[in-house]
Unconditional design. Structure first.
Length: 74
């Protein structure tokens, strides 16, 4: 907030007309929705080291070199 701006200043001031509190609330809701506000947070990237799927081993296929595949991640 700027130093010259008073903290008790209302966000909206009616200059002309006679609006009910419900109409003012509806107007504020429309304006805040139209402004977009904050965008959705970006999805967090999980490190492969912290990924739970690393703990689950894939099924081993029997055959030549299967013993090597049991320890190597491919």
């Amino acid at each position: 907030m700027a130093e010259d701006e008073a903290p008790d200043r209302p966000p909206l001031r009616l200059v002309r007309g006679d609006a009910t509190p419900e109409e003012v609330a509806a107007l504020l809701a429309v304006l805040s929705a139209a402004s977009g506000g904050e965008s959705a947070p970006a999805p967090r990237h999980t490190s492969q080291w912290a990924s739970r799927e690393r703990a689950v081993r894939r099924p081993l296929a029997p055959g030549r070199g299967a013993w090597r595949a049991s320890a190597w991640r491919g």
